[in-house]
Design a protein around this ligand. Structure first.
Ligand SMILES: Nc1ncnc2c1ncn2[C@@H]1O[C@H](COP(=O)(O)OP(=O)(O)OP(=O)(O)O)[C@@H](O)[C@H]1O
Ligand SMILES: [Mg+2]
Length: 506
């Protein structure tokens, strides 16, 4: 058996009103990748913040041993001195500095007391090249997309040659290609003796890359197993603490009545000037239908939805009919007025306001339903948010809890709740269950059923193949800027979607 590099013993961490961790124990061996999984709010990020020095030794109980020696940190730098680096669930880059500066921040090469930019850029170039990450080191970080930023924060951690590397949901913003680069990088790190803690809700990734897996539920360690000795179904049940009989409870409420038609949609490429990411595509959406949009991450699906919704305007060409009438949508408010709602992919960046409560965040979007007399409004607002709060199983003391106090996945649920209250007739959802745990996913699909049974029509972009296949009534696939397949019912299979998704790719 490989030697232990890290042991965390009986770690307990309390927040006002919440015990986030109760006597949690984990151990990590040299040169292994240990997965950690558990429901939203189980305590995964908190445990890693304890390990990486975000919380001082006074703020929790328990012991941390590195190479069998007890350590105690008062800040992140203490942990870094012991070789611990963490890539956070939230992005944390200095937006107005270059890629190279961000990579070596705190560690910039100096000459006579000033930054040696020539060396900085050449060091950065070498590092980027070694990993195979194609971006100019002089680029200002603000101009990168969220996937590129995420890759950058991973590389920044690697550049410090850590002994223990912690990754908290590293792939949630990455394209398929970037995920491949990351997997390669992880294998290299493992081979060179680095130990990695890998937090993810994606079971496929966990099975692909991890050596062992620890399950955490309600702030307690439930089990640790070698990955090849434990079945996915067992892990899921350990995570949610109940039997999940039917992950995908699909009902069919699709009709033939057209509610939305898009034609001649062309959207400029966000990064490549003069090129379109999708060119002259179109589709029809029917009442009560769930129309899935499949394709590789980066194929332009999110951009297409944003363009129809009026969020992207510059250079966009489109013709849109709602309920058979031609409409002009030049800003999101136009779309909302025509009954369209949009749950965007980059919720973390645009979707919520951290210092406001769950209730306040949920009611922000509901222009229509909650209007009326002020007094009525208050009561109604509370009723509606409390309903969503329960329905989505948001883990928090109450709907008055501030958003920044919630775990990542629970923040996401609040954003979903906000649009569910608003009840648009047409709902665009981009990666609905990204960052959401397996138990809540099943609940969310049930909510989609309820919406469609009431005649709401949904367009869903999803990279989660089982979700796309199980929940779509019809599915179009986008590749290289075109629609390469339209599938219905039984035709929606993993093979058919994948084949169409890579069609035209070099
Ligand atoms: N700063 C804070 N103040 C108050 N409570 C907090 C704070 N940070 C986390 N919590 C609470 O601690 C619990 C554990 O949260 P944590 O972020 O560790 O969950 P997680 O397992 O990472 O979930 P997710 O999968 O959603 O990211 C949650 O109930 C959360 O609301
Ligand atoms: Mg988390």
């Amino acid at each position: 058996m490989k030697e232990n590099v890290l042991e965390m013993r009986n770690v307990t961490k309390r927040f006002p009103g919440v015990t986030a961790l109760k006597d949690v124990c984990i151990d990590l061996r040299k040169g292994e990748i240990l997965g950690i999984c558990g429901e939203n709010g189980a305590g995964k990020s908190t445990l890693m913040k304890v390990l990486s020095g975000s919380y001082t030794a006074k703020e929790y109980e328990g012991e941390i041993l590195i190479d069998d020696k007890p350590v105690s940190f008062t800040n992140v730098y203490d942990a870094q001195k012991c070789g611990i680096e963490m890539v956070y669930q939230e992005l944390n880059m200095v937006l107005d500095l270059s890629v190279a500066e961000n990579l070596f921040v705190g560690n910039l090469p100096l000459r006579n007391g000033v930054v040696n930019y020539k060396q900085l850029y050449s060091d950065a170039e070498k590092l980027l090249e070694r990993i195979g990450f194609d971006v100019n080191p002089r680029t200002i970080v603000r101009l990168l997309n969220s996937g590129q930023m995420q890759m950058l924060s991973i590389m920044r951690a690697c550049a410090k040659n850590p002994k223990i590397l912690i990754m908290d949901e590293p792939t949630s913003a990455l394209t398929d290609q970037e995920v491949e680069t990351l997997m390669k990088l992880l294998n290299e790190l493992r081979d060179s003796g680095v130990s990695v803690i890998y937090i993810s809700h994606k079971m496929q990734e966990i099975y692909r890359i991890c050596d062992r897996i620890t399950v955490i539920r309600d702030g307690q360690t439930i089990s640790t197993n070698d990955i090849d000795k434990v079945q996915e179904q067992t892990l899921i049940e350990e995570m949610v603490g109940r039997k999940v009989e039917n992950m995908y409870p699909k009902e069919n409420h699709a009709t033939k009545e057209e509610v939305l038609r898009v034609e001649h949609l062309s959207v400029p490429h966000p990064n490549i000037h003069g090129k379109y990411i999708v060119e002259d595509i179109g589709f029809t959406l029917h009442k009560g239908e769930i129309l899935g949009i499949g394709g590789l991450v980066g194929a332009g699906r999110s951009e297409s939805l944003a363009a129809i919704f009026g969020q992207y305007v510059k250079g966009v060409k489109k013709e849109v009919w709602v309920g058979g009438k031609k409409v002009k949508i030049t800003k999101p408010l136009d779309a909302i007025r025509h009954g369209i709602g949009f749950i965007t992919e980059e919720r973390k960046l645009t979707g919520y306001i951290g210092v406001l409560s769950i209730r306040e965040n949920m009611s922000i979007a509901s222009l229509k339903k909650l209007s009326g007399l002020i007094l009525m409004k208050r009561r109604k607002e509370r009723e509606e948010t409390d309903k969503q709060f329960r329905q989505l199983r948001v883990k928090a003391p109450s709907s008055e809890t501030k958003l920044f106090q919630l775990s990542g996945g629970n923040q996401q649920k609040v954003i979903l709740g906000k649009w569910l209250i608003n009840e648009p007739e047409i709902l665009f959802i981009d990666e609905p269950t990204k960052g959401i745990d397996v138990g809540t996913k099943a609940d969310f699909y049930q909510i989609m059923n309820e919406l469609t049974s009431r005649g709401v029509s949904i367009v869903m972009v999803s990279s989660d193949m089982p979700e796309l296949i199980a929940m779509s009534d019809r599915c179009i696939v986008i590749s290289e800027g075109r629609i390469t397949a339209e599938l219905e019912g039984e035709e929606i299979t993993e093979t058919n979607v994948m084949r169409a998704a890579i069609q035209g790719k070099k």
